[in-house]
Design a binder for this molecule. Structure first.
Ligand SMILES: C[S@@+](CC[C@H](N)C(=O)[O-])C[C@H]1O[C@@H](n2cnc3c(N)ncnc32)[C@H](O)[C@@H]1O
Length: 209
């Protein structure tokens, strides 16, 4: 965390409570996760970062030989990622850290995974700026989340539910493109998944597209 800033207290608190049941609740999203990692296409030798790794569900879809680092603000989630990595026989550098201030040098990763995180974090633009900073030239990012499309206004139910959803679950009304603006990243491909409720996007540095 930069300076004297507190880590993301609310997410840390609620995800400590959610950690034991997370895999069960998130199971219906596995198909979207698989699509996203398929589109990212991690390769042996890639340095890959899981941002907000949760229970490490993404690890099951990585090929052998990927060098994996993972961060999450919730210690209970990092422990679950470590347990899953051990079960799968994968070496993972898993750390407790806030995605708004990633503990890595510039250009450290060839691939990054931002799954179900941008709708949850309190300052998503800051997270995207950090993701861009640690992404190496030629790198790419997989984003999987529920976003409004660039030109859609939130429906009445989405607007009505959002104040509660934002606190307990995640923000229903974020758009991806404005979050990337100013970070030097752009959407390369965007696909609707899970009945159009979720988006899978591959994002790359703007000057490489
Ligand atoms: C909905 S879960 C997604 C977990 C995982 N990426 C997945 O695809 O299943 C959101 C995760 O983001 C983590 N998180 C929330 N705020 C964070 C922050 N500021 N920095 C790092 N991780 C954060 C939570 O602890 C939680 O594990």
């Amino acid at each position: 965390m930069g300076g004297n800033e507190e880590p993301d207290w609310w997410n840390r608190t609620r995800y400590r409570v959610y950690a034991p049941v997370y895999d069960l609740v998130a199971k219906p999203l596995e198909r979207g996760r698989e699509r996203a990692l398929d589109a990212l296409g991690p390769e042996p030798g890639d340095r890959l970062l899981l941002v907000g790794c949760g229970t490490g569900a993404d690890l099951a879809y990585l090929p052998d030989g990927v060098e994996v680092a993972a961060i999450d603000v919730t210690p209970a989630m990092v422990r679950r990622t470590e347990e899953r990595a051990a079960e799968l026989g994968i070496d993972v550098d898993a750390r407790v850290a806030d995605a708004r201030s990633l503990p890595f040098a510039d250009d450290s990763f060839d691939a990054e995974v931002l799954h179900l995180v941008l709708a949850v974090v309190p300052e998503p633009r800051r997270v995207v700026a950090e993701v861009a900073r640690v992404l190496a030239p030629g790198g790419r990012v997989s984003v999987f989340d529920k976003f409004l499309s660039a030109d859609a206004d939130p429906s009445l139910p989405r607007r009505a539910l959002n104040p509660v959803a934002r606190v307990l679950f995640s923000d229903l009304n974020r758009r991806l493109e404005p979050l990337l603006d100013g970070a030097g990243l752009d959407v390369e491909t965007r696909t609707s998944v899970l009945g159009g409720l979720y988006t899978v996007a591959i994002v790359r540095p703007t000057d490489e597209r």
